[in-house]
Design a protein around this ligand. Sequence first.
Ligand SMILES: C[S@@+](CC[C@H](N)C(=O)[O-])C[C@H]1O[C@@H](n2cnc3c(N)ncnc32)[C@H](O)[C@@H]1O
Length: 280
Amino acid sequence: MAILKSQMSTKMYDWRVGSIYSALSQAGKEQGPLEVSDLLALGHLDQYHYLGVSACDEGIDILGLNENAVVLDVGSGVGGPARYLSHKTGCQITAVELQQSLNEMAIELTQRVGLEDKVRYITGDILNIDLEQNHYDHFVSWLVFLHIPNKEKLFSTCFNALKPGGQFLIEDMVALNPFTEKEVETLETVIFAPDVPSCDAYRGYLENAGFINIHFENLSVPWTGWVNDRYQQHHAKQAEHIMLYGEEVFHSRAHLYRKTTELFNAGNLGGMRITGEKPQ
Ligand SMILES: C[S@@+](CC[C@H](N)C(=O)[O-])C[C@H]1O[C@@H](n2cnc3c(N)ncnc32)[C@H](O)[C@@H]1O
């Protein structure tokens, strides 16, 4: 499984580093201080989940984040959500990311927007790092857990990191209906999602870890619209995107976006916002 994960991170996410440098350079912002808004203008390059920064805004409202909150962000990518949450609310964030190249980019961007005292980064697999226990008021995770098949260890790690009474917010893929064999193969080989559980199975994992007040909000309809739009926009802006990403990345993105769109359109793959808490 470790091999699968490292293949996943290199194949799926490495391209983002070069593309961010390229986009910043095209905006004349290769070096020097940046505003968070400069990074939000990069859209999906900064916020690599569905529905962009509005998903973070909803998370902020649901969790009631403010300057006193201590937050763990699991699978933080290039730090887009972590920077935005801290910029908007003043909260302190520890952001954990598997892939070193993404974390190096995250650290550089965070320094350039002046948030380095608020957001710290740990490079490593969430399943194998030393996290403070009973420490965090909240954990958040946008579109990451689909890549982590060992849900038992994942949720017990997250449970132990939260303070008693701490809350979480996850956005993740779920199985709305059983997948076809072909869909299982696409999930494994294209999306690198080796275990996408049903809502019942997901709830079971969370309850077994000790979480309570678990709530699922079905995001499948807006996510389906969003992935369809992403696929169309990718092609509509082909020349611009090839300039930004290069030819090879453009085509590999097109393949991933098409396969993801097909999965959502077929109706067996869905998306959920899942919230809950650790008992007092
Ligand atoms: C779809 S991206 C989402 C990034 C970020 N949450 C965002 O919304 O911009 C998934 C991220 O999860 C990271 N990831 C996958 N497995 C992980 C693990 N076991 N521990 C930490 N990060 C992981 C990947 O490297 C990738 O950056």
